[in-house]
Design a protein around this ligand. Structure first.
Ligand SMILES: [Zn+2]
Length: 206
């Protein structure tokens, strides 16, 4: 497919574009980000061209999860970092810039300046409960399980998460993970095709 031949991340994943690969197998390639948030910042890239997480089959999705666990563990062991952030920009609204799904594994140190903490905002509790119900029903459908019974226990769950975080640096951080290389790609058509896929995925629910 033309899309895949032009996709920088397909070419990085396959090794056609050289990168510092720390791990590779038949499904994924894990390379160091050339614009890292911190030393050792890994991009785990599926070799199959998918734009969004939901386009991965279950086998690939679980493989990504399993490998990210190993990568995370080895970052902690080898670089003696204090923690690891695992980050995905899934869709343009989430800050995705590249037309190829990738998972960021970012080594963290105490008090580093990497702003990945989402802001805790006050939400309307009725809206939050409505979101909870929609989500639970949709997930039950997707996974073939029984939805939870919605009694009034769900009230009062909105109280937690009072902690403050700094929303200011958020947009900077969102923009960060997308490497500069994709400057050449046609962002307009990438964005509209992503939007089409998003619409398609949305079509599955009411
Ligand atoms: Zn690709």
């Amino acid at each position: 497919m033309a899309d895949e031949q032009q996709c920088i991340f397909c070419n990085i994943a396959s090794g056609k574009i050289p990168a510092k690969s720390v791990y590779s197998d038949d499904k994924v390639n894990a390379v160091l980000d050339i614009n890292p948030a911190s030393d050792g910042h890994i991009l785990l890239i599926p070799k199959k061209h998918v734009m969004l997480m939901a386009q991965m089959d279950d086998e690939l999705a679980s493989h990504m999860g399993m490998i990210s666990k190993q990568l995370s563990h080895s970052l902690i062991r080898s670089l003696k970092v204090d923690g690891v952030s695992i980050f995905v920009a899934n869709g343009p609204a989430a800050g995705q810039r590249a037309p190829h799904f990738m998972l960021h594994i970012i080594p963290r140190k105490k008090a580093d300046e990497i702003a990945l903490a989402p802001p805790a905002v006050k939400v309307d509790s009725a809206l939050n409960t409505a979101a909870y119900k929609k989500l639970a029903v949709s997930l039950a459908k997707l996974t073939g399980k029984e939805p939870p019974s919605f009694d009034d226990k769900s009230k009062g769950e909105e109280k937690k998460d009072e902690k403050k975080s700094e929303p200011k640096s958020e947009s900077k951080q969102d923009a960060k993970p997308a490497p500069k290389q994709d400057g050449k790609s046609d962002k307009g058509s990438f964005k509209s095709s992503l939007d089409e896929i998003t619409d398609f995925l949305m079509g599955g629910k009411k």
